[in-house]
Design a protein around this ligand. Structure first.
Ligand code: NDP
Length: 229
């Protein structure tokens, strides 16, 4: 049975991915910061024996390591680093708060790497795939409007991390890709997003289902279009 590990699974795109993989018959290890308040996720447990919910703040690296130990010897076919944080909106030049910036970098770029490091043995067992949910806003080429310093730089860093993972882990048969989920109607994407979470997650899953070794180390949107760095 294939097993997928998803962070930030309590709402938004992470919740939609959780539902989709369960529907497809996968076992899902769904992580969220506050399971006690994750009603939409907990609701799925009764009908889905393949769902396990774990408490995990991805920036609590001791907890990440402990969870990896708890799940030792379990092959993970797919690790989706979905948890993300935009940070404060509309920061003007001159107003960048270093602590806020660090927090965005930590959640979006550093934590995904620490999660991969902790779960590397599990990925190796399955010759699995790392899917890092990034954003077109991390693309230099796509940046025609400036601003969003924290978020853009954090996702650009995540992209760089993913590229190196793809190179370094190819020898173990592990793939790593960056996925832009589209502009999605979630708390982060807001009500004017172009697509809903179902459309985004269905597209992401289709890209990952069909991912070849040659596609590892690249940046795709949810439709499978290649995005320039
Ligand atoms: P939401 O704001 O709806 O959800 C964010 C998720 O990340 C929540 O589950 C949140 O948990 C979790 N999270 C944040 N910080 C942490 C942390 N420290 N530890 C664990 N979980 C954490 O966002 P989306 O669903 O829209 O975004 C999902 C991913 O897609 C993100 O990486 C985002 O950057 C990316 N993305 C989204 C786009 C969009 O248009 N929506 C566009 C491009 C990229 P909690 O509920 O506890 O806060």
């Amino acid at each position: 049975m294939s097993q997928v590990f998803i962070t930030g699974a309590n709402r938004g795109i992470g919740l939609a991915l959780t539902k989709l993989y369960l529907k497809a018959g996968w076992d899902v290890v769904a992580c969220c910061r506050n399971p006690a308040q994750a009603d939409d996720l907990l609701y799925l447990i009764s009908d889905n024996p393949g769902l396990e919910v774990y408490q995990l703040d991805v920036t609590d690296y001791d907890a990440v390591r402990e969870l990896a130990q708890e799940l030792a010897d379990r092959p993970i076919s797919l690790l989706i680093n979905n948890a993300g944080y935009y940070g404060p909106y509309n920061i003007a030049i001159g107003d960048t708060d270093v602590e806020e910036w660090r927090q965005v970098m930590e959640i979006n770029a550093i934590a995904p790497m620490k999660v991969v490091e902790a779960f590397l043995p599990h990925l190796k067992l399955a010759r699995g795939t790392v899917a890092n949910i990034s954003s077109k806003m991390g693309s230099m080429t796509d940046n025609c409007s400036g601003g969003s310093y924290f978020y853009r730089s954090s996702k650009a860093a995540l992209n760089a991390v993913t590229k190196s993972l793809a190179q370094d882990l190819a020898v173990d048969g592990i793939k790593a890709v960056v996925i832009h989920p589209g502009w999605v109607r979630t708390d982060m994407g807001g009500p004017h997003g172009l697509i809903d979470t179902e459309t985004s997650s269905t597209g992401i899953k289709s890209v990952l289902d069909n991912l070849s070794a040659e596609q590892s180390g690249h940046f795709y949107d949810f439709k499978g279009n290649l995005i320039p760095w």
